[in-house]
Write a protein that binds this ligand. Structure first.
Ligand code: 8DG
Length: 132
């Protein structure tokens, strides 16, 4: 089966990482993730991620760097993650779609939320950037 990419953002601001709590589907609802979504046909992963951040959170963000590696999700999806920052003048993130709560986590608090199991390796990498 052809691999399909889900992109996620480690959105960093004032030394904190944004976590988003999923509101759907039922098997993922209540668990925390990095905001993002599926790359559409003909779209680059980077532009998909900027689009998803605008749609889901209402923010204007720029990607900083790809976190090396990719992590398996439910087949055929794999998860790729970029660090990202809010552009000057961007609105603050709001849970507009897919999420019912957002939380900015300092390095010491990153493991306070119930991340999706499959996100844990990516979050560990993102958290290392936060502490750096
Ligand atoms: N966005 C996101 N999705 C994740 C993460 N971890 C994880 O397992 N997933 C799964 C959940 C979904 O099955 C899939 C991404 O779907 P999505 O619902 O966010 O994608 P989308 O916005 O493009 O929505 P749609 O086209 O399915 O309506 O990847 C994560 O950290 N972020």
């Amino acid at each position: 089966m052809t691999e399909r990419i889900v992109v996620g953002a480690a959105l960093l601001h004032d030394g904190r990482l944004l976590a988003a709590r999923r509101s759907a589907p039922v098997e993922l609802a209540g668990r925390w993730e990095l905001p993002g979504g599926k790359v559409e046909e003909g779209e680059s992963p980077e532009s998909a991620l900027v689009r998803e951040l605008r749609e889901e959170l209402g923010v204007d963000a720029s990607l900083v760097e790809r976190i090396p590696g990719q992590w398996p999700l439910r087949a055929p999806y794999v998860f790729q993650v970029w660090t990202a920052r809010l552009l000057p003048g961007s609105a603050s993130p709001q849970p507009l779609e897919d999420h019912d709560e957002l939380r900015w986590l300092a390095a010491a608090d990153v493991w306070d939320v119930d991340w999706l199991d499959q996100d844990v390796p990516a979050v560990r990498e993102a958290a290392a950037r936060l502490a750096a």
